[in-house]
Design a protein around this ligand. Structure first.
Ligand code: HEC
Ligand code: HEC
Length: 472
């Protein structure tokens, strides 16, 4: 078993080396874009829209071709549809469950935006989910699902079935101090799952809490050449800056080969189509071309006996429209990029080494699923690589090559708009940070020096840095 796994990893490494070798002989030169701040506020390149309202994340890319308008708005409808139990007269949108988290994509990604943990400890989890697994790896290198509960907690279920369990969160306050002696407090979460429907799982169960990220600019991420990500990776920290990004090597269900992970908090999914189909399946319970069997672990007989809402429930056409929609959501423009405080904050962002992971500038290659997304210079503020963020942020649950303390650098576009769009300022993979300062103060591991630079900075500088983040 162990040897098999190593075999898989070695095969993945060879494949990735093959990709780089192939690239060098092609016309297209893989480049690592410079660490430059955006000059014009066009964070999403030509897709950018200067909108900062509650609808800021919901618009089609500014350069989207006219002929895609119908498909985009159909995709929008699918994203916002409340799926219902099968069978119904509305054939297209039935097939919910049997177990699920929410009845629509927008249930978690409200206004295409950011989820959060519940307001009060006893409240339901409305816009986050819990990935589950047992120690070891599944045959294709992914997390080993729990034999009874699978790889995700289904905290809701159709009327005749029981939800798999109910997550409970508790917080402990941790006191800290900036270098100028201004106090701050962080809240450290702890998670437990109660009311298991099919008995308590083994003590070795691993749980990864994750909030729904904003879904803007998704097609740009898909169109970054593999070679760029591989060139940015520095697993051995050859440049000795204490920062060693790694690509996650995941399983591409479509090609049946290892591939570079790009989506999810641990870069645990390779393509946008697999991300969308995986969400439909794991979060809403919809089968599709990529997930043929109902989302029921073998031990759950009542779940397996539930009626299907079509074969598959999410047709190829609907999946295609959903992918087009998520690929072409515009990125909102940076607000007031010329404000002196924002400019100062931008400089501090570079000097404090934030940009070593939150890469300001990226470029897409000539090959994109949609020509609108090809050859774009854009500003995600991410390298989309895995970084060890220390024990404070660790979930202890490996995900393909990502360890329990590694996370993908999240893009920072839109972070200043969560309050307007989603009515909250919660950050990080589980939304534990109550504002941007707390998000930075949680950084550890490879980001420890950057965190210390922020903690040691005078109040004016800290405020300028936050003003800069809020402009994104
Ligand atoms: C239960 C809440 C929930 C629902 C419902 C949900 N998502 Fe998500 N979504 C998440 C979470 C959590 C993540 C991060 C997943 C991870 O880290 O593995 C995510 C990630 C994503 C991403 C990748 C974002 C990124 O930055 O990498 C896309 C795209 C996405 N979801 C699309 C969808 C679509 C399409 C649907 C409906 C079919 C949907 N989601 C339904 C919670 C949800
Ligand atoms: C070593 C890489 C690295 C460095 C350096 C770094 N970050 Fe991060 N940052 C991350 C990762 C990875 C996460 C996600 C961690 C998590 O969710 O648990 C993150 C999360 C964040 C978030 C929350 C984003 C969200 O969508 O919730 C903000 C804001 C942020 N970083 C700002 C900064 C600033 C400002 C600096 C410099 C002071 C900085 N980061 C330095 C890797 C880094």
């Amino acid at each position: 078993m162990r040897a098999d796994l190593l075999g898989g990893a070695a095969a993945a490494a060879i494949l990735l080396i093959g990709l780089v070798a192939g690239a060098s002989s092609s016309v297209h030169e893989p480049t690592v874009p410079p660490l430059a701040l955006p000059v014009d506020g066009a964070l999403g390149g030509d897709t950018t829209r200067a909108i900062a309202t509650i609808k800021a994340f919901t618009f089609p890319a500014a350069n989207m071709r006219k002929e895609r308008t119908r498909a985009f708005f159909f995709g929008n409808r699918i994203f916002n549809t409340n799926w219902v139990e099968a069978p119904t007269s509305v054939k297209t949108f039935d097939g919910l469950g049997p177990v699920f988290n929410r009845v629509s994509c927008s249930g978690c990604h409200t206004q295409d935006g950011r989820g959060r943990p519940p307001e009060n400890p006893g409240d339901a989890f409305d816009s986050m989910l819990f990935r589950l697994s047992q120690p070891g790896s599944a045959p294709k290198g992914g997390p080993l699902p729990d034999p009874v509960y699978g790889d995700q907690l289904g905290d809701r279920a159709l009327p005749r079935l029981r939800p798999e369990g109910r997550a409970v969160i508790t917080y402990r306050e941790i006191a800290g101090e900036y270098a100028d002696e201004t106090p701050f407090a962080l809240q450290e979460p702890a998670y437990a799952i109660a009311q298991w429907s099919h008995g308590t799982p083994a003590d070795t169960l691993m749980i990864s809490p994750r909030v729904a990220p904003q879904v803007i600019g998704m097609g740009l991420i898909d169109a970054i050449p593999d070679e760029t990500l591989l060139a940015l990776a520095d697993p051995e920290d050859r440049d000795a800056d204490g920062i060693s990004g790694r690509v996650n090597t995941v399983w591409n269900e479509e090609t049946g080969k290892p591939d570079i992970g790009r989506y999810g908090w641990k870069a645990n999914v390779a393509t946008l189509e697999q991300q969308d189909a995986g969400a439909a399946f794991g979060d809403i319970g919809l089968t599709s071309r990529l997930h043929r069997k109902q989302n029921c672990p073998p031990a759950q007989e009542a779940c397996l006996a539930a009626i299907e809402g079509g074969d598959p429930e999410l047709s190829d056409e609907l999946l295609e429209k959903l992918v087009l929609y998520t690929a072409l959501l515009a990125v909102p423009a940076q607000r007031n990029p010329d404000d002196p405080e924002v400019r100062k904050g931008g400089e501090l962002f570079l000097s404090m080494q934030c940009a070593a992971c939150h890469r300001p500038t990226m470029q897409t290659g000539p090959d994109a699923a949609f020509p609108e997304l090809a050859n774009q210079t854009f500003h995600p503020f991410s390298d989309f690589l895995l970084h060890d963020m220390g024990m404070g942020l660790a979930d202890g649950r490996p995900d393909f090559d990502a360890t329990g303390s590694e996370w993908r650098t999240p893009p920072l576009w839109g972070v200043g708009l969560f309050e307007t769009v989603n009515g909250h300022t919660r950050y990080l993979h589980d939304g534990r940070a109550r504002n941007l300062s707390e998000a930075i103060l949680w950084h550890g591991g490879e980001a420890q020096a950057a965190r210390e630079a922020f903690r040691a900075a005078p109040k004016d500088d800290r405020e300028a840095l936050i003003a800069f983040l809020n402009s994104l």
